[in-house]
Ligand binder design. Structure first.
Ligand code: SF4
Length: 222
């Protein structure tokens, strides 16, 4: 049963929301995009690695830049790579003339590291594929381009629950057109929206308003 009728939101924002909910609010509701050295590098590395294509080698098919969607989560996007391996008990996909099991792989720039938001994004891709092809996908991997290393990710129940909760939060931000308040942290220094967001100033403004409210309440009580 679809949870969302109105709008399919970008699947990749499930990763962004883990990075910072305010960033998602700015991207989704104010349509802000500012390039930074990090985002430019990431985009370039992605472009160098692949374009939309299908590679066939015996019983394995590699699908690059594969479009996916989920009615349940109300999201759509692309998988960087899906490895489809021939398997009699597998599912049917349009690109293969035999049944296959599916293994999504998400490419990330930089060195191997443990980022929960990447796992959420990858698991959401698996949920999309499961819905589209009526199958079950127990595992995928994140491939770190600079270190050429794969990090396997198990799609267990806690991670799947997190995917649903994150998708709900993404839709809430969109439906209410909200821009979550800034929470200044280490991440802000690497965030491409830092100049627009001005998290430290907004935080002081917020503190100032809270102080004014407190003072007004004190006056009322006199
Ligand atoms: S600058 Fe900080 S608070 Fe603002 S969007 Fe970026 S990460 Fe979020």
């Amino acid at each position: 049963m679809p949870l969302y009728d109105a709008e399919y939101l970008p699947l990749s924002y499930l990763s962004q929301i883990g990075y910072c909910p305010r960033r998602v609010g700015l991207l989704l509701n104010e349509r802000i995009w500012l390039e930074s050295a990090d985002t430019a590098k990431g985009r370039k590395e992605h472009e160098n690695v692949h374009t939309q294509r299908i590679e066939r080698r015996g019983s394995q098919i590699k699908l690059f830049e594969y479009a996916v969607f989920s009615d349940t989560l109300g999201i759509s996007g692309k998988c960087d790579l899906i490895e489809a391996q021939k398997e009699p008990s597998g599912c049917r996909i349009p690109a293969a003339e035999f049944p296959v099991i599916l293994y999504p792989v998400e490419f990330k720039h930089g060195k191997l590291r443990d980022e929960q938001e990447y796992k959420i994004q990858l698991c959401a891709q698996a949920v999309c594929l499961e819905e589209m092809y009526h199958t079950t996908i127990p595992e995928g991997a994140i491939f770190y381009i600079s270190s050429h290393r794969r990090q396997p990710v198990e799609f267990n129940e806690p991670l799947r629950r997190l995917v649903c909760e994150t998708a709900k939060e993404l839709h809430r931000i969109r439906d209410t057109l909200s821009i979550p308040t800034a929470d200044y942290s280490e991440k802000c220094r690497r965030c491409s929206l830092l100049e627009y967001c001005m998290p430290s100033i907004k935080q002081s403004a917020h503190a100032y308003c809270e102080q004014l409210t407190a003072e007004a309440q004190e006056v009322e009580m006199l």
